[in-house]
Ligand binder design. Structure first.
Ligand SMILES: [Zn+2]
Length: 315
């Protein structure tokens, strides 16, 4: 696996070496915070320069304008600076002006721009525009039945957009009945075909009440684990090569942590921690900084495992 990543030469975490980064309570020190803030500002400028030559017709959250809008929305949530919300608004308008009119998912389709726009308009106190985006989002559902089940291009990706809206607006703007109807259809499909490998982590995240139906599918993914602790990119592929959010342990870890929270079985947490170990040992990906198959996506994989350890009182 080494050629896809820079080998990790670092020793395991040692608290005594981290005192200049974290205080006794585990919070970032002011100096380290300052360094991070400076770096964020610097990287934003670099990104803005790069965007001048970006594809003007890519509306998506995955590689296009809705993703940039989502970044600024997140910065607004973190820093509370209204200037970030204004920039998010500018980018999401760009995104809405060039929708794909093909795909329905959060990442690669029109659900992402509409969901992000709904949240931005809501935060701008423009409830009419927010409601309009939600209505359009709900209509996307009338998709053709050949749509696949997984996250990037399929039904799970649509479902994640609905959940995104409800989570960010902190109220049930998307009726629970609408979400449940979709989920029930999805579970029925998964039980019949067991084919939605990349969709399962998302399914695990969104389904608490349906554990009797979902658990066998989660266990099915669990038994696909390689001896290394990593997971295959799809069913039937026996090559233990990819450690990306989109293919492998950094994506499966979310399902495992959620399964642990829902079903309470220690094995799920053990497997999740093994995923974190796989990511750490794999080293920094050479494919760039992105979330899907880059260093940031793999770093994100550590967060759910850390949270679940904290939940257990281990940390
Ligand atoms: Zn990827």
């Amino acid at each position: 696996m080494a050629q896809r990543a820079l080998p990790n030469p670092y020793a395991d975490y040692d608290k005594s070496l981290a005192t200049s980064y974290f205080d006794a309570a585990g919070r970032l020190t002011p100096e380290f915070s300052q360094r991070l803030n400076n770096k964020i500002r610097e990287l934003l400028q670099q990104m803005e320069r790069g965007l001048k030559s970006a594809d003007p017709h890519d509306c998506t959250a995955y590689t296009g304008w809705a993703g940039i809008a989502l970044l600024y929305l997140h910065l607004y949530d973190v820093y509370g600076d209204p200037a970030y919300l204004q920039v998010a608004h500018e980018y999401v308008k760009k995104s809405l002006s060039c929708l794909t009119r093909r795909s329905i998912t959060f990442l690669c389709g029109d659900a992402g721009p509409l969901a992000v726009a709904a949240v931005i308009y809501h935060k701008l106190q423009n409830q009419k525009q927010a409601a309009d985006c939600i209505t359009r989002l709900l209509h996307l559902h009338k998709a053709d039945p050949r749509v696949p089940d997984e996250l990037l291009y399929g039904r799970m990706g649509y479902l994640s957009a609905l959940i995104f809206v409800n989570q960010h607006l902190k109220e049930e703007k998307i009726p629970q009945s609408h979400i449940q109807q979709l989920v029930l259809g999805q579970v029925e499909i998964s039980a019949r075909y067991k084919e939605l490998y990349t969709g399962l982590p998302g399914l695990g995240v969104s389904q608490v009440k349906l554990h009797n139906t979902v658990k066998p599918s989660v266990d099915y993914v669990c038994q696909l684990k390689f001896p290394s602790g990593n997971y295959p990119p799809c069913i039937g592929d026996t090559r233990d090569l990819l450690v990306h959010w989109c293919h492998g342990a950094p994506g499966v870890i979310y399902m495992l942590v959620q399964a642990y929270k829902v079903f309470g079985e220690q094995q799920y947490l053990n497997d999740a921690l093994q995923c974190a170990e796989v990511i750490w040992k794999h080293g920094l990906l050479k494919k760039g900084y992105g979330l899907c198959h880059g260093t940031a996506g793999n770093a994100y994989g550590f967060l759910p495992s850390l949270r679940s350890l904290a939940l257990q009182g281990v940390m």
